[in-house]
Design a protein around this ligand. Structure first.
Ligand SMILES: NC(=O)c1ccc[n+]([C@@H]2O[C@H](COP(=O)([O-])OP(=O)(O)OC[C@H]3O[C@@H](n4cnc5c(N)ncnc54)[C@H](O)[C@@H]3O)[C@@H](O)[C@H]2O)c1
Length: 254
């Protein structure tokens, strides 16, 4: 059956088998009809919905996530803060069906959908599954691939104002788009624009919080500084570490 899908939330995928509707409320109603039809056709007594779609872009709680009324208005207005996975979550929870989120994105993890779940007595679980896949896919595999990528790195090196001829080893290697982090306990938001910037933050990373995610990110960032991994791989590894640490507040390139 056609999916609720929008490339805005998953940039690297596309496909023709998608639902059309006048707004996101219409799409949610179509998912509700699909679930009902599946239940009847398969004579199910009970159902569980598990979101296992591709990871969506990093988002944070928006005004339309704050209450059920705001969310339902957001559906009618096709609010961009309502991602595809949230439409599936809304449909399942509206029907009182248990909903589990196997992905690391926001999905049902917002007050509006928790409020709905309390009304419909729909159990909720998630997020992400702890199989180790995320660590492999976002950090270790790119690091291994990066060892072979030096010649194809496509690195954009901007001359430093201190070194206009670009001779010194202090060249900054910029990401295609920056990341924003907000370290715990601080109000300052830092914009991480380059491999060098990420490296500086990793050097300052609190020693007590340096787990396997940190070690892997540091290796990829170091490899990128040496031209053995691409800026995109360094950016992805750093973003994964920052998201894991709960300090990533903006990823303009997802
Ligand atoms: N595989 C694991 O062990 C594991 C572990 C932890 C978390 N996860 C998370 O679970 C999710 C799925 O992982 P996977 O390994 O199965 O990925 P996958 O890429 O193999 O499968 C994702 C599928 O979702 C489909 N899809 C994307 N958007 C959709 C939409 N809006 N509606 C319907 N289908 C859609 C894609 O076409 C694809 O077939 C990811 O978010 C991943 O990070 C997986």
């Amino acid at each position: 059956m056609p999916a609720v899908f929008d490339r805005h939330y998953v940039k690297r995928l596309d496909g023709p088998n998608v639902k059309k509707g006048k707004n996101k409320k219409d799409l949610a109603d179509q998912v509700i009809a699909d679930i009902r039809q599946f239940k009847n056709a398969n004579n199910c007594d009970r159902m569980v919905v598990v979101w296992a779609g591709s990871t969506e872009i990093f988002t944070t709680e928006a005004p339309c996530h704050k209450s059920l009324a705001a969310f339902e208005k957001g559906l009618v207005d096709s609010d961009p803060a309502i991602a595809s996975s949230m439409i599936y979550a809304y449909a399942a929870i509206r029907m009182g069906i248990p909903y589990a989120n196997a992905a690391p994105n926001l999905s049902a993890d917002v007050p509006a959908l928790m409020e709905l779940a309390a009304h419909t007595k729909s159990p909720m679980a998630g997020k992400d599954m702890k199989t180790g896949q995320t660590l492999i896919k976002t950090i270790i595999a790119p690091a291994l691939a990066g060892l072979d990528a030096a010649d194809q790195a496509g690195v954009y090196v901007e001359p430093s104002p201190l070194d206009p001829d670009g001779d010194s080893k202090q060249k900054r290697i910029y990401f295609e788009s920056s990341l924003r982090i907000q370290p715990h306990g601080g109000e300052t938001v830092r914009e991480v624009k380059s491999i060098n910037g990420a490296c500086e933050i990793l050097i300052d990373w609190p020693h007590g919080k340096r787990g396997p995610f940190y070690q892997s990110a540091r290796e990829v960032v170091q490899a990128a500084l040496e031209g053995k991994a691409t800026p995109a791989q360094a950016r992805e590894a750093f973003a994964a570490l920052a998201a894991h640490a709960g300090i990533l507040i903006g990823d303009s390139g997802s």
